[in-house]
Design a protein around this ligand. Sequence first.
Ligand SMILES: [Zn+2]
Length: 395
Amino acid sequence: MNAEGKPMRSLYFRLWTNESTFTQKGGGTKISHVTVNGKSASFTVHETKLKVDLPSPLPDGRMADISLRFDTRIPQIAAPFGYQSGTSSLGVWYPVLAVYDKNTGWSLPPTTSFGEPYFSETANYDVTLHLPKKLVSIAAGTETRRTTSGKEQAVTYRAGRVRDFAVAISDDLAHESRRAGNAMVNVYYRRDYANRADKALDLASKSLKYYSKIYGQYPYHELDIVDAPLVAGTEFSTLTFINLDSTPDYLFDSVVPHEVAHQWWWVQVGSNQFKNPWLDESLATYSEWLFSGDSATRFPTPVKPSVPLGSPVSAFPDDNTYQQVVYLYGAQTYRALSEKIGKKTLLKGLKNYASKYRYRISTPEDLIRTLSKTAGKNLRPFFEAHGVRLQKNHH
Ligand SMILES: [Zn+2]
């Protein structure tokens, strides 16, 4: 729908698969045809940006049906988009409509070598995968239909109000499941790591229940943990990739509850991961501390930030500084806030924040306004003193 407040002439999609890390290894997306309301539309692709020119201007507030024909190649790389050790991990593998903001326009930041670039609105997905019968597929949402014919199978998934639609395809993943409240938690694992799978299932189902209690009920029917050869973990809606192999024990214990917490901070409450990476990462890290009784040892020593907490990804000189500030210092900031206003008030404020911005996109101003309202005091000076720069005019 056109929300520009004037007739729309063009719009943008992100092609995250065209990041250089992936194209260097033979991956990427090629667009061959675009139609808007059934009419061919011209388009241009520049790295991760796809610009579609509308055949005729779209009036304000009106909808258009856009269809894209594309071909995505999977690179051989251990990443949230890549094939390695028998598993294709497909985080964001399709063109995603860029986010439009009334004040700042289309969000089209460059990609960076660390941090996560993804940023999207929630949407409903109805996806059918056609693949050889011998392959296992795991996807966001819930499987609603499966048919086989000869050596082929067609599997349909539906996912409602999710921020992305991740898929994993493998020739050999075992799985185990456990019910956690209203949802089924599934862990898909390479058979060599069965012990780790048990532990992941335990941590994931317990943390899912815990966050449901403190932040509000997990609204989806399933949560899939998929063992994938990548650095530690990467979160997507109702599906998270976690490396069950190389992650050391102490890290594993915090990575699982961290990734599960992202189902609230990023999936349900969306945020701009390039501009405000601390919004979801600090909260996911603080959640992981809450779940483990504040005993997580992933980041043992307190840090003084060398870059302000509220900075965009591009302001950080390297991944280590980024992690130290956005994850550790960010979580420390919440710990300090808990000491200032009380843990009960902080958790109540976070629950209010989750409820108010569920399925939407939030900003630092939204978070601080909600927490201030719950605490009955203005928390802007507290956050500003911790490196979060806020807009003067808030709506
Ligand atoms: Zn995270």
